[in-house]
Design a protein around this ligand. Structure first.
Ligand code: GDP
Ligand code: MN
Length: 381
């Protein structure tokens, strides 16, 4: 789950990271009022869960409240990378002297968190990494020790930060790591962290990605979820307790078990197809869950065939079959479906599915092959 800029920055502030004292608005008039209170130039910023808002025209400087209102009018409702802007942040504008990048994320290979910093802040770190990799500093953090002051000082030195700012930098870097750790985040980022007045650091932009599997430990953060900003399929999948990841292929897959789902996806690839999603309905799924899963799969316009691969253990094949039927009663579709059910109650399951117009298979290889063929014939129609 991603947090908005304003949510991330308010969280950073709880850890003592200096941020601009702004507020959010959902209407242009509110933006006007906030700008009036700030009394001075402001920056109006689109709150969408996408990077590169600046380039897309979602970050605009305003000299006075009138101009702030004008920018808010333009930005609210704007479409940035497929997301509609519903909120803006109005921050006091500052005179930027230097833009720094500072972030923490997980380095899976090193099995630790890594702090990443660069003197080339303000632009996407991916671009810096591609064009000027020498400008990126990485420091791994021992989970038992946390970020040590000398490590933060080393970073400050490497990015060429003037000495008079080191103390503040060490405090901010330590706070950012603490915030990352306390929040069970997989990424926290300040881009840019700026120098103003020659002697002050300020976090101008903030981003946080939280680990969904740890959200139960953070009810206050979990409440910050903005479902408006989520793909509807993902919201539905989460509410139905399904593990769903959308992919770019044309074969919808419904499988019980993550490992089996991976094997199923591999198998469709092997036969020349490409999976439209990863979907694990989990163990013991009842028919309503199966129906929700099928609705999610069929909502994807790329899906040209659906492959059910169910290995009945705790999950009963007849339950799954009933779920498929009940979903098909609701969602009328001409997308061909291939089912492979084996294990607990598989005969009953197959008997139920015989009522639906379904292609059946006994082995996974056969099922994968048939779903690839079915997808091809759908595409040719
Ligand atoms: P992003 O494009 O989504 O990463 O949005 P940012 O919040 O990082 O803003 C993009 C850029 O706008 C920053 O890198 C700055 O160059 C500029 N910017 C943002 N706030 C201010 C401000 O208060 N004053 C000035 N001069 N520039 C700002
Ligand atoms: Mn930014």
């Amino acid at each position: 789950m991603k947090l908005h800029e304003y949510q991330s920055k308010f969280r950073f502030a709880e850890y003592g990271i200096p941020i601009p004292q702004g507020q959010t608005a959902t209407t242009a008039n509110q933006a006007f009022t906030i700008a009036e209170e700030i009394s001075g130039p402001v920056v109006v910023k689109a709150q969408v869960l996408a990077g590169g808002r600046g380039k897309a025209g979602g970050v605009k400087l305003a000299r006075d409240p009138e101009e702030a209102k004008k920018h808010a009018t333009a930005i609210l409702g704007m479409n940035i990378k497929g997301l509609i802007v519903k909120k803006v942040l109005v921050d006091p504008a500052v005179e930027i002297e230097t833009e720094i990048y500072l972030g923490v994320t997980i380095d899976r290979t090193a099995r630790r968190a890594v702090m990443i910093a660069s003197s080339a802040g303000g632009i996407a770190i991916e671009e810096v990494a591609a064009q000027t990799p020498e400008k990126i500093i990485r420091i791994h953090i021992d989970p038992h020790l946390g970020l040590l002051n000398y490590q933060a000082r080393n970073i400050a030195s490497e990015i060429g930060l003037p000495r008079n700012l080191w103390k503040q930098f060490v405090q901010i870097a330590g706070a950012l790591y603490k915030c990352y750790e306390d929040s069970d985040a997989s990424m926290t980022e300040i881009n840019p962290l700026v120098v103003i007045n020659g002697d002050q650091l300020l976090a101008l932009d903030g981003k946080m990605t939280l680990d969904d599997n740890a959200l139960f430990r953070h009810p206050r953060l979990a409440e910050m979820r903005d479902t408006d900003e989520e793909a509807p399929a993902e919201t539905l999948a989460r509410q139905s307790d399904l593990n769903y990841v959308k992919l770019d292929g044309e074969i919808g897959c419904m499988v019980n078990g993550a490992g089996l789902a991976m094997a199923t996806m591999d198998m469709t690839k092997l036969f020349g197809g490409s999976p439209a999603n990863f979907l694990d309905i989990g163990g013991g799924a009842k028919s309503d869950k199966v129906a929700a899963a099928l609705r999610i799969i069929l909502a994807d316009p790329n899906v040209k065939s659906v492959l059910f691969n169910i290995f009945g253990g705790i999950t009963r094949c007849d339950e799954v079959a009933r779920g498929i039927l009940s979903a098909l009663n609701e969602v009328h579709t001409s997308v061909p479906m291939v089912a492979r059910l084996v294990g607990t109650n598989d005969e009953e399951g197959r008997a139920i599915l015989a009522q639906a117009n379904m292609i059946t298979a006994t082995t996974l290889a056969e099922a994968a092959q048939k779903s690839v063929e079915a997808a091809r014939s759908t595409s040719e129609k």
